[in-house]
Design a binder for this molecule. Structure first.
Ligand code: S3P
Length: 194
């Protein structure tokens, strides 16, 4: 009886489960993907990648400069390649730019080859976060709130395909990450049995 109890405890404690796919965070600009991504990576002791940051490092200039000098289309091509290469590495935590899921191949890879997490936040919270940062060319306009609303309408049906969802503005971020991680581990445990 004691041994049975011990084994059951071990089977229901998913902490030992090794994740065989990366965790990919999707969601609107300013929803908190980068911040949450770092918290996930630290908890898992895995590397953290931010697609925008990697693109800026590769290009040697800011996202705003890339939009201005080369146009959005070129940015989207580099973004798709960067994220797809990261997913192919098969591990780590990846924060993606808010529009990345509009590329069909990238979206397919995210939903098929990673634990996808939609990071959600209230629109007002998003506005207050993005207004502090000038490196978002799509919002360099008269009414960024209207732009964000429109983008959200277009993107929501795709964000909704994420396997997991988390709120980044619910107060206790560590608790949100811990809960999402335990959901991910439960799914990973199921997958390991298949
Ligand atoms: C964009 C989001 C940005 C960045 C670029 C375009 C978008 O990333 O990739 O400015 O289309 O939503 P964050 O979501 O990290 O702000």
């Amino acid at each position: 009886m004691f041994v049975y109890k011990e084994i059951m405890a071990e089977l229901t404690d998913y902490n030992h489960i090794r994740l065989l796919k990366p965790i990919v965070l999707i969601g609107m600009m300013g929803s908190g993907k980068t911040h949450m991504g770092r918290v996930f990576a630290k908890k898992l002791n895995q590397p953290f990648f931010d697609s925008d940051k990697l693109i800026e490092e590769k290009a040697g200039c800011s996202i705003a400069d890339i939009f201005e000098r080369f146009g959005e289309q070129k940015f989207r091509t580099v973004e798709a390649n960067t994220i797809q290469d990261l997913i192919k590495q098969g591990h780590g935590v990846i924060a993606t730019g808010g529009g990345a899921i509009m590329n069909e191949d990238t979206a397919r890879m995210i939903f098929d080859k990673s634990y996808s997490v939609w990071v959600q936040a209230d629109l007002d919270k998003i506005i207050s976060r993005v207004s502090k940062n000038k490196n978002r060319p799509l919002l360099a306009c008269e009414n960024p709130k209207d732009v964000l609303k429109k983008l959200m309408e277009q993107r929501q049906p795709i964000y909704e395909k994420a396997r997991f969802r988390m709120q980044s503005d619910s107060g206790d971020e560590t608790e949100s990450v811990t809960n999402t991680l335990s959901d991910i581990r439960a799914v990973a445990a199921q997958e390991a049995k298949q």
